[in-house]
Design a protein around this ligand. Structure first.
Ligand code: M6R
Length: 359
């Protein structure tokens, strides 16, 4: 039931602190992770990881790839429908992780099937116990976000990424023999993620700011590092529920083409992680010079971005590897409030279904 909320999407955005507490419950043990089915050594034989996923889950998978790559694990993310048609090479030491909220997405199931047939080990990272992906993969890891009704995935993205942080810790330790760099600080920050998200869902200026994003020619979302998949996700959420044109870019790509589209009629939403902010700052300046309204989302401490952007939406300061999860919550709220102002069919956007069971 929606209770006092106008839409399931808004309810599910607000459920994220609870969902994340469920996701993390019992899975952080001091400076290590405790993943029930995956004790230390579970992935000793793995030498590379391939993610297959669609849509929002694909963006979560890209975040997972970023986490693994920075700590020396060979990881690549594939759009499941592309992988199914032209699969990457695998062997028995390849772990293919299907990231799928429903566990029923046909393209993802087909990609997993192709990997399994060719001898890879498969793992379903899913929200649904008993789903086809959970039943047919060698292993399953549940994100425990609770049921999601809105077609637009919100709380499941946050829980997918939080689960990927946990899985990355296990994989990096098993594959490289060492914990992730900064593991104690990062796991501490992960434990605080629910309260950090709560501080955004209870107090955000996103509703006001979203009014700057109504009916423009285009909306560009830019970020670097782990903020890049979140830029893609922010654009997907925005386009699917507002029907406004939106695109996500790696911020460094702006000057390799998209900058030609930047005008006073194209809001640019820049996502900073508080890490290596100088380059993003120059991308913001490039966009301002073309007259674009720029909204920056970054930790409160990233005052540099606040200085150059027209609007600044802060998120709590936390470990830089996790900031983009918080920024994404602000992006969910911007998309929601813009769509609501335009009276869109938020929980059931036109032409879309919650679970895409055809290829
Ligand atoms: O159930 P899945 O995670 O496999 O679904 C994949 C996509 O269809 C899904 O993430 C879709 O992009 C979102 N509902 C969009 O908000």
């Amino acid at each position: 039931e929606k209770g006092s909320y106008d839409h399931y999407m808004l309810k599910e955005i607000h459920e994220q602190p609870v969902a994340l507490r469920q996701t993390l419950h019992g899975r952080i043990d001091g400076d290590d992770v405790a993943l029930e089915e995956f004790p230390p050594g579970s992935f000793d034989d793995v030498d590379r990881v391939q993610f297959v996923a669609c849509g929002t889950s694909y963006h979560a998978a890209l975040y997972g790839e970023w986490l693994l790559s920075k700590d020396g694990v060979d990881a690549t993310t594939y759009i499941a429908s592309e992988y199914a048609a032209s699969p990457a090479p695998v062997d028995e030491d390849t772990l293919v992780v299907g990231v799928t909220q429903s566990g029923e997405t046909a393209d993802t199931l087909e990609a997993l099937e192709s990997a399994r047939e060719r001898g890879a080990r498969t793992l379903a990272l899913t929200n649904v116990i008993g789903s086809t992906a959970a039943r047919t993969c060698d292993d399953a890891l549940f994100i425990r976000a609770g049921p999601e009704i809105g077609v637009a995935a919100t709380k499941t993205f946050s829980s997918q990424v939080a689960t990927l942080v946990l899985l990355a810790e296990r994989l990096v330790r098993d594959i490289t023999g060492s914990p992730t760099s900064d593991h104690a600080d990062r796991l501490d920050a992960l434990a605080s993620l629910p309260e950090h998200v709560e501080s955004i869902t209870t107090d955000s200026r996103a509703a006001d700011i979203s009014q700057r994003c109504l009916g423009d020619n285009g909306h560009f979302f830019i970020g670097r590092g782990n903020a890049f998949p979140v830029a893609l996700e922010g654009a997907l959420k925005f386009k699917e529920i507002t029907y406004g044109h939106a695109e996500g870019f790696a911020a460094g790509e702006l000057k390799h083409g998209p900058l030609a589209l930047v005008t006073p009629e194209t809001p640019v939403i820049a996502i900073g992680t508080g890490h290596d902010e100088a380059r993003l700052k120059s991308n913001v300046t490039e966009s301002r010079t073309r007259g674009a309204p720029v909204i920056a989302i970054a930790p409160r401490t990233a005052s540099d971005l606040a200085d150059v952007a027209e609007e600044f939406l802060p998120v709590p300061a936390t470990h830089p590897d996790l900031v983009a999860i918080l920024a994404n919550v602000q992006l969910q709220l911007i998309a929601y409030h813009a769509a609501n102002a335009m009276e869109r069919s938020i929980d059931k956007p036109r032409n879309l279904a919650k679970s895409v069971t055809v290829e």
